[in-house]
Design a protein around this ligand. Structure first.
Ligand code: DX5
Ligand code: ZN
Length: 219
């Protein structure tokens, strides 16, 4: 049984106090810090890149989990590693030479992940399993926090879970996760929950603790 992990997405943090927010979410019990990088091209929204990640690296010892929602992830892999991330997840929809990209990410000393949008199939994963540390199932269309969970994600997680079997690959789900959805995705085979709006609601450490505890106790 893989460890169940909670990875709060700082997309829903107050960017005006980002370092404080990362500290708080760490103290509140986050297992990983999920970093939603958006380029305004692959997704309509824009967030942050390596310089901002570097500036918050020192405030937490938790693994930094970078989810690159960008059209050209290969261009800046080294910069993300130098900024201090521990995992890099790229999108299958944009990565033409996925095998090469995953190999490169590992060569740079990071864990390698692949993400798929709600409309993307899992075909081809069977050829990459030895090179993947994490599969990220998007359960909303990427770009914005606070959207509703897309139900077909459950069947997709089940198929991925069967394909992965007992390999040491984390199955992460991202988008619309709350206390009522979380048990369903875990039952389907996911073991890493990303959550933004449900965890950052309340806007202070006490609420973050309550929100994370409530997510954990829903499982
Ligand atoms: C969406 C991001 C998610 C998102 C999750 O593009 O990848 O990490 O912020 O936010 P919630 O939990 O609010 O759906
Ligand atoms: Zn994400």
């Amino acid at each position: 049984m893989k460890k169940l992990l909670i990875a709060p997405s700082i997309l829903s943090a107050n960017f005006g106090f980002l370092a404080e927010e990362v500290k708080s979410i760490d103290n509140a019990g986050a297992d990983w810090i999920h970093l939603d990088v958006m380029d305004g091209h692959f997704v309509p929204n824009l967030t942050f890149g390596p310089p901002v990640i570097k500036s918050i690296r020192s405030v937490s010892q938790k693994p930094f989990d970078a989810h690159l929602m960008v059209s050209n992830p290969d261009d800046l892999l080294e910069e993300y590693v130098n900024a201090g991330v521990n995992m890099i997840t790229v999108h299958k929809e944009v990565t033409l030479h996925l095998d090469r990209t995953l190999t490169r990410i590992r060569e740079l000393g990071c864990k390698a992940g692949v993400s798929i949008n709600p409309g993307t199939s899992i075909s081809g994963f069977e050829f990459l399993l030895e090179k993947i540390d994490l599969i990220l199932v998007m359960s909303v269309n990427p770009g914005f926090g606070g959207q509703s969970f897309i139900n077909s994600s459950i069947e997709k997680i089940k198929s991925i879970s069967e394909l992965v079997g007992d390999r040491p690959i984390n199955i992460q789900v991202d988008g619309g996760i709350n206390d009522s959805i979380a048990p369903k995705v875990i039952k389907a085979g996911a073991n890493v929950l990303v959550s933004g709006s449900a965890i950052f609601k309340g806007g202070n450490l006490k609420s973050y603790k309550q929100n994370i505890n409530s997510l954990r106790s829903s499982l």
